[in-house]
Design a protein around this ligand. Structure first.
Ligand code: 5AD
Length: 351
């Protein structure tokens, strides 16, 4: 295990050879703490309509090139049923941020319907942005039990640089939301983007310490990938090559696993966008969660948070079969039919 910023920085700055040994240690500590099981969440991207205008994100409100889509209830429930029938154990509903009553009620209804169609068996994670306390509560009471809300960067100055300067994009609100989620009883996930323009290694080390300090249960982190129809694209020359971003991403996963051994860490899609086996490599460095996309193909094509987001026309069944094999080759073992809850949550809440 590690504890200090200096130790994290040592890992982030390690040579490829040194990194190999950190990766091994991180996978080992995962195996000894929570096992080598890799848990699946079927990702359903429900809509790319967003009220926010984050300067890095391809589905930001002002991106007029964004071809908007919203899945129908039937499409969402079909995907959830597919996840249930194929033993994925749980689903994630992710989407651009919307807070109107019609929308929050619709989500509430969908959560209940997913619970019903799976006889209570499918776990439900939400990734639907910043919401009122009451909305979070209603969704929790309807059956969602995990929530993902990335802090994006825990450095408030950097956060301000990558978001519009207005009350809709306040750092403080993001912190309050994370606090509300924990208070309500969600297993709470957060995370950051890696290699943002203006970001330093020290920022990233602080990000990991921040995640520990707020007692987070789950983390998803991935390399920042520039998108040409966003304002941050202008600063693309400030960021290192894709390969370097991947390598730092893996070092971040290893450092986080060594810092907080009992949390869930996702092998994120952004790693896969750089390297077809980026996610598996993250499993080999300590990650234990994967979120294969199971929504309808047209949605997957248009949910472009960043460019070159991996998209496959292959049947989801085939994708799953391949994933089982490639994960095994990287030291993990896919566990079907399990929620794969964060061990950390249970020790944090004494459950
Ligand atoms: N590069 C990488 N990740 C991105 N996200 C949004 N835009 C980008 C980008 N350009 C991530 C954010 C958000 C998550 C859903 O996708 O971290 O929380």
């Amino acid at each position: 295990m590690i504890n200090s910023k200096a130790e994290i920085l040592q890992i982030l700055n390690s040579t490829p050879k040194e990194a190999e040994s950190y990766f091994k240690k991180a996978a080992e500590i995962r195996n000894n703490t929570i096992g080598n099981g890799v848990y699946l969440r079927g990702l359903i991207e429900i809509s790319n309509i967003c009220r926010k205008d984050c300067l890095y994100c391809g589905i930001r409100k002002s991106n007029s090139f964004n071809q908007t889509f919203t899945l129908t209830d039937e499409e969402i429930l079909y995907s959830a049923r597919w996840a249930y029938e194929h033993n994925l154990g749980s689903v994630v509903l992710q989407g651009g941020e919307r807070c109107d009553k019609e929308y929050t009620l619709r989500i509430e209804k969908l959560i209940k319907e997913i619970k019903q169609l799976s006889r209570g068996n499918l776990g439900i994670t939400l990734s639907l942005g910043e919401q009122e306390y009451d909305t979070y509560l209603r969704w929790f009471e309807s059956g969602a039990h995990r929530y993902l809300l990335r802090i994006e960067s825990s450095n408030e100055e950097l956060y301000k640089k990558i978001h519009p300067k207005n009350s809709l994009h306040a750092f403080k609100t993001r912190l309050n939301c994370l606090e509300s989620l924990q208070k309500i009883g969600y297993q709470t996930g957060s995370g950051v983007m890696i290699e943002l323009p203006f970001q330093t290694k020290e920022d990233l080390a602080n990000d990991l310490l921040f995640l520990k300090s707020i007692n987070i249960d789950m983390v998803g982190m991935g390399p920042y990938l520039e998108h040409e129809h966003t304002p941050l694209f202008e600063y693309r020359d400030l960021i290192p090559s894709l390969q370097e971003r991947l390598e730092l991403g893996l070092r971040m996963v290893a450092a986080l696993r060594l810092l907080i051994p009992d949390i869930n860490i996702a092998a994120t899609t952004a790693l896969q966008a750089i390297d077809p086996f980026g996610r598996e490599k993250a499993v080999a460095t300590g990650a234990n969660v994967m979120m294969p996309n199971i929504g309808p193909a047209f949605g997957r094509k248009n949910y472009n948070l960043y460019q070159n987001k991996p998209y496959s026309d292959e049947g989801a069944k085939e994708v799953l079969r391949k994933l089982q094999k490639s994960v095994e080759q990287h030291g993990g073992e896919i566990k079907l039919d399990k929620w794969g809850d964060s061990r950390h949550y249970f020790s944090r809440t004494n459950k």
